[in-house]
Design a protein around this ligand. Structure first.
Ligand SMILES: C[S@@+](CC[C@H](N)C(=O)[O-])C[C@H]1O[C@@H](n2cnc3c(N)ncnc32)[C@H](O)[C@@H]1O
Length: 232
């Protein structure tokens, strides 16, 4: 099971029609997903027109796609009216791979998510220490020439799950499927308020190291991918 399989399973099981993706790049996750209305956000898409046409031919739903060439912060700020009307039912968070950026993406998504909506977040379980390094871009991570670097970069996105568990543990269904670099599953049980960053929790969580996660994967509620059907 990979990110596309999980998102599709959620859409099909719940009969969802509105999908928002933060971080799309070439559209490898965006285009194959079968959902009536899809919105993509990325400051730098890499999608030639030929690929858009190819995917419309493969799946006619891709004709309704909307693309916003923005950072996620700027999208939620400048297009607030649009996103609150769109009310996504699934949000896939796969933008900038830092704790702060991914946390803001989740908090902004929670503000606009449909009542029974779900957020899926990529890169919640780094495959090794080098992949978990803090950097402000993939290029910056490469340039650090880290020991054990394999070309994979998840950054410290996993800390967002730790933060959410601590801050909203009783209000969220929250776990990470141990597949495809860790797929975070976030669903609300009750409406959530106070969707701003709690600096004291943030600073505490930010001090955690990759080794702390390896020692105790319950920090992110890591579960085997075979459990997916029980959990959905
Ligand atoms: C790992 S790629 C996304 C891959 C895609 N979801 C897939 O599964 O094939 C991450 C993308 O996030 C974008 N990105 C970087 N900073 C961002 C930001 N602040 N807001 C939204 N997207 C951002 C990058 O331009 C890049 O295209």
């Amino acid at each position: 099971m990979n990110r596309v399989d999980l998102i599709q399973e959620i859409i099909d099981k719940k009969g969802f029609k509105r999908y928002l993706e933060i971080g799309t790049y070439k559209g490898e996750s965006f285009f194959p997903i079968n959902c009536k209305y899809k919105v993509a956000v990325d400051p730098q898409f890499n999608i030639p027109i030929k690929r858009k046409i190819k995917w419309i031919v493969k799946n006619a739903n891709n004709v309704f796609n909307r693309f916003f060439e923005h950072t996620s912060d700027s999208f939620f700020d400048k297009h607030e009216k649009f996103v609150s009307k769109f009310k996504p039912q699934v949000v896939f968070v796969d933008g900038l791979h830092t704790f702060k950026a991914s946390l803001l993406d989740v908090l902004n998504s929670l503000r606009h998510l449909d009542e029974n909506g779900v957020i899926v977040m990529h890169d919640c379980m780094p495959p090794n220490r080098a992949a978990s390094a803090f950097a402000n871009s993939f290029k910056e991570a490469i340039d650090m020439k880290l020991e054990g670097w394999t070309g994979e970069w998840t950054g410290d996105v996993w800390k967002t799950i730790v933060y959410l568990k601590e801050k909203y543990g009783d209000k969220l269904k929250l776990y990470v499927l141990d597949t495809d670099y860790g797929l975070g599953y976030i669903e609300t049980n009750v409406p959530i308020e106070a969707l701003h960053i709690d600096e004291s929790i943030f600073n505490r969580v930010n001090k955690l190291k990759y080794d702390d996660l390896l020692k105790d994967t319950s920090l992110i509620n890591l579960v085997d991918k075979s459990k997916v059907n029980e959990l959905l």
